[in-house]
Design a protein around this ligand. Structure first.
Ligand code: G4P
Length: 532
């Protein structure tokens, strides 16, 4: 290790910002992502992210299903530099059927940017995702988008966000008008107005800026919209809480910004806020100890696995969040769960959507390790230390289907496909103790369709997916191993093992589960399994 490495690690960690954008579908997440990349200089031509969204089937066959439905199924990772910072941006699937994947992505970030459609306010998917962020005390920045449309009154929106999401909202900017009469935003901290002009031609820094919040020229130029905004600002400044950085860092306060992503308006403020307010990577809990990002030894955790991103490779990419130390290409690493050595020579980073070979990475960075199944969701990778990071959630499925192969000669492909899709977290696969038919468990219906589609197109086997009588699943554990075995034997008609061989009890109705729980007081029933 070179003498100045510890120093470099510290400096590099400090300048990292790793965050996810969360929103309800159609609020403008893709548009904003693209604009963030554009403003940071990571891409020259606006439209490439959007184009990717529209033509993803060109890059990956199975994603055609996504194109057909116009939803974002897979998360992706983008890295960009802005001012002195390295920003890692993790995209999240907006559709609620993929929320499990999203939840896991949220364990890999240090902050989240919530995009709200100003016309629709807080929508169901935003609410769900926010719950996950709140549970982890993730700091949240709020961007209220589409101010160029006729939208809700900003005071009402602010009130709705506070009420629905249980956070104190602190406006950093305030809109002057909306829709056809949207004139811009008042920057309440810089005491200036950024004047809106529609169009996508500007890239930060060339907006018209007027000094002061009550410049005498405003009334004449912006008419009644200004007067109304002035009244609202007075109200907000009297009533709203002062911004408190600590409260923001613990997810209790959210700074709010208004803008219009499609018009490149308000994007600069968001980038500046990310750099100035969002935290650098912090320490992470492992079962054995707390790990600090500036430690010299490398460690990281796999939070997502995606198969066959590139059909010509047929590989799997494990997305790993670096928790500590310095990653160098070719270094010798250990998968703690299996004890296997890993010497990744072809680790990739995700610079503006291109997979690029990566030479080094630091705490907060996301790296992709192509592999053929050596890495599983939740795996901890170190230089040798026996560490296991905690907190990667698996949720008990809420829907079940049985799955059989249409052509019996393809049984092997079905098994291999399901094994991989299960390890990837695309679906949960259960092997019932009784009978040979595999069960699929999902959080949303769409997961079954994606799995059927991928089985056919990636593994060459048509699957017959049919209903199942089960409706509830719980993982079971017990401190007394004999008692657990007794439980499993007594319930073998409704027991199954999941992809990592965790025993699971399956029942048809919730009351049935309550009866079982009452009969087996020593057994613990879990709706959520954390990878251990
Ligand atoms: P998502 O990723 O959250 O699902 O949303 P996306 O960015 O795809 O945006 C959804 C729609 O909202 C798009 O329109 C997009 O152009 C539009 N949009 C995004 N930001 C703004 C904004 O600030 N103002 C207005 N008026 N519209 C905005 P679309 O019709 O679905 O697609 P397109 O044909 O415009 O590309």
């Amino acid at each position: 290790m070179s003498a100045d490495l510890p120093c470099r690690i510290q400096t590099e960690v400090k300048r990292r910002r790793t965050f996810a954008i969360i929103s309800h579908p159609d609020a403008g997440k893709t548009t904003l992502t693209e604009k963030l990349l554009l403003f940071s200089g990571a891409i020259q031509i606006a439209g490439s992210v959007k184009a990717r969204k529209a033509s993803r089937h060109a890059t990956s066959d199975w994603m055609e299903i996504e194109k057909q439905r116009g939803i974002s199924v897979a998360s992706s990772v983008m890295q960009m530099e802005y001012r002195d910072c390295v920003i890692n941006l993790l995209d999240t699937p907006g559709h609620q059927d993929f929320s499990e994947d999203t939840y896991r992505v949220l364990t890999a970030v240090d902050a989240a940017l919530m995009v709200i459609d100003a016309a629709n306010g807080v929508e169901p998917q935003t609410r769900r995702l926010l719950q996950v962020c709140r549970a982890r005390n993730t700091p949240i920045l709020t961007f209220v988008n589409k101010m160029d449309r006729e939208v809700q009154d900003p005071l009402a929106l602010m009130d709705e966000i506070e009420r629905e999401l249980g956070m104190t909202v602190v406006p950093f900017t305030w809109p002057v008008g909306m829709g056809k009469h949207f004139h811009g935003v008042m920057d309440l901290r810089q005491q200036q107005m950024r004047v809106f002009s529609p169009g996508e031609d500007r890239v930060g820094g060339d907006d018209e800026i007027l000094q002061g919040l009550d410049n005498p020229a405003y009334a004449e130029r912006f008419g009644m919209q200004y007067e109304q905004a002035q009244g609202e600002i007075e109200l907000v400044q009297d009533a709203a809480a002062e911004f408190n950085h600590e409260e923001f860092l613990t997810g209790k306060q959210t700074p709010m910004f208004f803008g219009s992503a499609v018009n490149n308006f308000g994007v600069q403020e968001i980038l500046d806020a990310l750099v100035e307010l969002a935290p650098a990577p912090g320490e992470r809990a492992a079962m054995q100890r707390v790990v600090k990002p500036e430690e010299s030894k490398f460690s990281g955790v796999v939070f997502k696995i995606q198969a066959n991103m590139d059909p010509s490779h047929r590989d799997r990419i494990a997305f790993l969040r670096v928790a500590s130390g310095h990653f160098e290409r070719g270094m010798r690493l250990k998968v703690v769960r299996s004890g296997k050595e890993l010497r990744p020579n072809t680790v990739v980073s995700f610079l503006s959507q291109r997979r690029e070979l990566l030479d080094e990475a630091f705490g907060g960075d996301i790296i992709g390790i192509p592999n053929h199944g050596v890495l599983q969701l939740g795996d901890t990778i170190t230089e040798g230390e026996a560490l296991q990071f905690t907190g990667l959630p698996f949720f008990a499925p809420e829907m079940f289907r049985s799955v059989e192969v249409a052509d019996p000669l393809k049984t092997k492909q079905l098994k291999a496909g399901l094994q991989q899709l299960g390890e990837e977290g695309a679906i949960q696969v259960f092997r019932p103790i009784a009978g040979s038919v595999l069960l699929l468990g999902a959080v949303g219906q769409l997961q079954f369709e994606v799995v059927a589609h991928r089985l056919e197109h990636e593994y060459g086997c048509k699957a017959r997916i049919s209903g199942s009588r089960f409706q509830v699943a719980r993982w079971v554990t017990c401190e007394d191993e004999k008692e657990l075995k007794r439980f499993i034997d007594a319930n073998d008609h409704r027991m199954a093992y999941d992809a990592v061989d965790a025993p699971t009890v399956l029942v048809e109705y919730a009351p049935e589960l309550r009866a079982i729980e009452a009969n087996w007081p020593k057994i613990k029933f879990h709706a959520l399994r954390e990878h251990a």
